[in-house]
Design a protein around this ligand. Structure first.
Ligand SMILES: *Cc1c(COP(=O)(O)O)cnc(C)c1O
Length: 375
C-alpha cells in the first residue's frame, strides 16, 4: 500500500524511525550497562513489541492490564508501579511482574511478604520533592501535595527490610541536566539507604531520542549511581521510545469561514490526540507552517461537538479543499493508548510503514469497538 491508499484517520508507525530511537536507547544500555524498559502507558503497540524487545530490557506497567500485556506480548523483564494496589489484583500482578514498586510504607507492609514469597523484588517509590518542571503541575510528581512517593519526612528506614530498590520519577520531556540536579537531591535526602539497595529506577520523562538531548550527561548520571553505590540502574522512558516515530493521517472534510478559514477534518484532537488539549501542544503538520509563514491560514478542527476540539492554526501554500490529506507528526506516543470514541467518533486505523517504505494496516476499528464499552 502507498500512503495515499490508507483509510483515514490512520495512525502510522514508521519502523525505521522507531528502530532509530531504539538504537539510541540501546547505545546508552551498552555503554553504561543500565537497563531500559518501555513504559507501556505511552506506547502499547504490541505489533512492535518483538522489535522493541530486541533492543530494550523489557516493559514497565502502571496497572494490572499493562502488566499482563508486557508479560504476554514481550515476555522480558516486567516492572510495575501503582499508587496503590487492589487486594483482588495483587496475586496476578505478582505472577506477571518481577519488580513491584510500592508508593507507601503501608502498601509495602501489606504486600511485602507475599511478593518476597514468590521470589519477586520489592521497591519503594521516593519523592525527592524537587520540582524541575517550571510550574506545570499536571505533570509534576513533586508538586505540593503530590500523591507520588514517600518524602524524606515520612521515610521509615526501620521498615526497609526486604526492599531491594528505590524508584523515583520526577521528570517529563526533560533533558539530562534536570536529572543531574535531581540526583543531587536524591543523594542529599536518601544517601544512607542507597548503598543498602541493589537497584534504583530513575523513572521516565527522559527525552533521550530528541535531537538536543545530552546523552553523555545522562550516562554520567547512570555511572555515578553505579560506581558510588553499586546500584543496578533502570530507566523507564515511554515517550522517548517512539518519539517522532509515528504519524496521524487525516482528510479534510469541509472548509468554513467565521472570521478566519476553518477546516473540518475526519480526526479529532479530543478523541484521537487528547494530549494536544491536555498537555497542551501543537503537533507538527507536514508541509505547513505557523500562522503568517504561508499565505493560507486555517484553524484545524474535528467533527465532535466540543467547541475546543481544535488542533491548532496552520498555514499552507495552497487553499485547503475537501479531500486533501494532512499528515500530523509525533503521533505515536500518548495517542493510541489514550484515544476514545466520544461523540461516536470511530477510532483511527493503525498501520505500519516498513523498511521498504510500504504501508500495511495492522488494525481497523468499527462500530463494535464503540458499542462494546456501552451498556
Ligand atoms: C509516565 C511514567 C513513565 C514514562 O514517562 P515518559 O514521560 O513517557 O517517559 C515512567 N515511569 C512512571 C512511573 C511514569 O509515571
Amino acid at each position: 500500500m502507498r500512503i495515499e491508499e490508507l483509510p483515514t484517520p490512520c495512525y502510522v508507525i514508521d519502523e525505521v524511525l522507531l528502530e532509530k530511537n531504539l538504537e539510541i536507547l540501546n547505545g546508552v544500555m551498552k555503554r553504561t550497562e543500565c537497563k531500559i524498559l518501555l513504559a507501556q502507558k505511552a506506547f502499547s503497540m504490541t505489533t512492535m513489541y518483538p522489535l522493541i524487545g530486541k533492543y530494550l530490557s523489557g516493559t514497565t506497567a502502571s496497572g494490572l492490564y499493562e502488566a499482563r500485556l508486557g508479560y504476554e506480548e514481550m515476555g522480558k523483564e516486567n516492572h510495575i508501579f501503582s499508587p496503590a494496589y487492589r487486594e483482588d489484583e495483587i496475586n496476578e500482578i505478582i505472577s506477571f511482574c518481577d519488580h513491584i514498586v510500592f508508593n507507601s510504607f503501608s502498601q509495602l507492609e501489606k504486600y511485602k511478604e507475599k511478593v518476597l514469597h514468590y521470589g519477586k523484588k520489592t521497591g519503594l517509590r521516593i519523592n525527592p520533592e524537587y520540582s524541575t518542571q517550571g510550574g506545570r503541575s499536571l505533570y509534576d510528581p513533586c508538586a505540593p501535595f503530590s500523591r507520588f512517593g514517600v518524602t524524606k519526612k515520612h521515610f521509615r528506614p526501620e521498615l526497609l527490610e526486604g526492599v531491594s530498590g528505590l524508584h523515583f520519577h520526577t521528570l517529563c520531556q526533560q533533558n539530562s541536566d534536570d536529572l543531574e540536579t535531581t540526583l543531587d537531591v536524591v543523594e542529599e535526602k536518601f544517601e544512607p539507604w542507597l548503598s543498602q539497595m541493589e537497584w534504583i529506577n530513575f523513572g521516565g520523562g527522559y527525552h533521550i531520542t530528541r535531537e538536543d538531548y545530552d546523552i553523555p550527561r545522562l550516562e554520567a548520571c547512570i555511572m555515578r549511581m553505579q560506581d558510588k553505590y553499586g546500584l543496578e540502574v533502570y530507566l523507564e522512558p515511554g515517550e522517548a521510545v517512539a518519539l517522532n516515530a509515528g504519524y496521524l493521517v487525516a482528510t479534510v472534510l469541509d472548509t468554513v469561514q467565521n472570521g478566519m478559514e476553518i477546516a473540518i477534518l475526519d480526526t479529532s484532537a479530543t478523541c484521537h490526540m487528547p494530549d494536544v488539549l491536555e498537555m497542551p501542544y501543537r503537533p507538527p503538520l507536514l508541509g505547513s507552517g505557523e500562522a503568517g509563514e504561508n499565505p493560507y491560514l486555517y484553524r484545524l478542527g474535528g467533527q465532535t461537538c466540543l467547541s475546543g476540539d481544535t488542533i491548532g492554526d496552520y498555514s499552507f501554500d495552497q487553499p485547503l479543499k475537501s479531500g486533501d490529506r494532512l499528515v500530523f507528526g509525533n503521533m505515536a506516543v500518548y495517542t493510541m493508548v489514550k484515544n476514545n470514541t466520544f461523540n461516536g467518533m470511530s477510532l483511527p486505523s493503525i498501520a505500519v510503514k516498513n523498511k521498504d517504505g510500504e504501508y500495511h494496516i495492522v488494525h481497523e476499528f468499527s462500530y463494535s469497538d464503540f458499542r462494546m464499552r456501552l451498556a
